[in-house]
Write a protein of this length. Structure first.
Length: 227
């Protein structure tokens, strides 16, 4: 049995991204005093901390300067998102609830591995009604490098489950090339699902261990691979 680390956006559900984008844009204005936007770059798969640094680069602000206020920026993002959380309206993707229920029935511990700021990530999960399935997580306010989230997840899972865990006890479940790159950087396996912005054919070229169109049509295939 492996411990799955689920991405959020495009994997578990879709929130349309609008509120999250607005939170970024609010923080850029509030903290850095510039009209920067999350959409100034291609942010899919990046951590939120990395997105802030990369967007500000486009506006001529060096990473060294950006990092001086990045914690403040992420705090402002969280504040904005939580205060507008009713606007998030996540749409759960096909088969997700069935998959989570099946894994819970098999006593598979489940975690989140997401580029989202932690407060934003958990708020989305709560708004989607799926918080009860996840016992730990690793989030994008802790590092600029997505690959480092796996070690953070390992440590957090060990505390919650009260046992020593190895990196290869985990697999990543996601919907972007950065998910599989994160897994490969850590020497672990990946389940990819083409419910995000990347097509089945695009993800197939990356040769993940498991690739499905969605969790509804190929539910048992994913459950068997994990358990």
């Amino acid at each position: 049995m492996k411990i799955p680390l689920f991405d959020i956006d495009g994997t578990l559900f879709k929130t349309g991204g609008q509120l999250h984008q607005e939170a970024f844009n609010y923080a850029f204005e509030k903290v850095y005093k510039i009209p920067a936007k999350q959409t100034d770059i291609q942010p899919e798969g990046m951590t939120d901390k990395q997105i802030i640094i990369e967007v500000l680069k486009v506006h001529g602000i060096s990473p060294e300067v950006s990092r001086q206020k990045v914690e403040q920026a992420m705090a402002q993002m969280s504040k904005y998102f939580v205060s507008h959380k009713e606007e998030a309206k996540p749409v759960i993707l096909p088969g997700v609830i069935s998959l989570l229920k099946k894994l819970k029935e098999k006593n598979v511990p489940m975690g989140i591995l997401s580029g989202n700021v932690e407060t934003i990530g958990w708020t989305k999960i709560e708004q989607a009604g799926t918080r009860k399935y996840f016992s730990f997580g690793a989030f994008g306010d802790k590092t600029e490098k997505r690959a480092e989230l796996v070690e953070i997840a390992r440590q957090n899972a060990g505390k919650v489950l009260n046992r020593d865990l190895e990196i290869n006890d985990f697999i990543i479940i996601g919907d972007t090339p950065k998910d599989i790159q994160c897994a490969r950087d850590n020497g672990i396996e990946t389940v990819l699902v083409s419910t995000g912005i990347y097509s089945f054919e695009e993800l197939q070229k990356l040769e993940p261990e498991v690739l499905v169109h969605n969790f509804e049509e190929e539910l048992q295939k994913v459950v068997d691979f994990i358990s």
